[in-house]
Design a protein around this ligand. Structure first.
Ligand code: RTP
Ligand code: MG
Length: 140
């Protein structure tokens, strides 16, 4: 297995409920290392670019409004098989369908406000990391 990096966002429902430490504990317990981390307020333009793949979907407007509704924590996670590992730790998009012990099962209240984002491929991870981090801000 290869050491990979993936991109993570702790979404506004996580910062609002003061859950960033609790979510980070799950991430670290799973063996993923937080090698870059920054708390930001996402602009409308940043959110629209980030979720551009969903721009024709009915929930796009709601998604952008939610992602800009409060601070988020953007992260770079590193570890063996980090992309797939983090998707597993996050759980299904809809928390009602997420497995026990996953972040979304434990913390999320709805499909819209589902606490975390994780890249869905190594290729997308690289694109997403580059949108929010400069090389010097990631220390492995
Ligand atoms: P993410 O991109 O945030 O990591 O989530 P994901 O891969 O599990 O899910 P994706 O299909 O990429 O959807 C992106 C985000 O859009 C919101 N969503 N809302 N109301 C709805 O039916 C609906 N469907 C998706 C969720 O916040 C989801 O994480
Ligand atoms: Mg996605």
């Amino acid at each position: 297995m290869a050491t990979e990096r993936t991109f993570s966002i702790l979404k506004p429902d996580a910062t609002k409920r003061n859950l960033t430490g609790a979510v980070n504990a799950v991430i670290e317990k799973a063996g993923l290392r937080i090698v870059g981390q920054r708390r930001i307020q996402m602009s409308q333009a940043q959110a629209e670019t980030f979720y551009a793949i969903h721009k024709e979907r009915p929930f796009f407007g709601e998604l952008v409004t939610f992602m800009t509704s409060g601070p988020v924590v953007v992260q770079v996670l590193e570890g063996e098989n980090a992309v797939a590992k983090y998707r597993e730790v996050m759980g299904a998009t809809n928390p009602a369908q997420a497995a026990e012990g996953t972040i979304r099962k434990t913390f999320s209240e709805s499909v819209g406000e589902n606490t975390v984002h994780g890249s869905d491929s190594v290729e997308n991870a690289k694109i997403e990391i580059a949108q929010f981090f400069q090389d010097g801000d990631i220390v492995g």
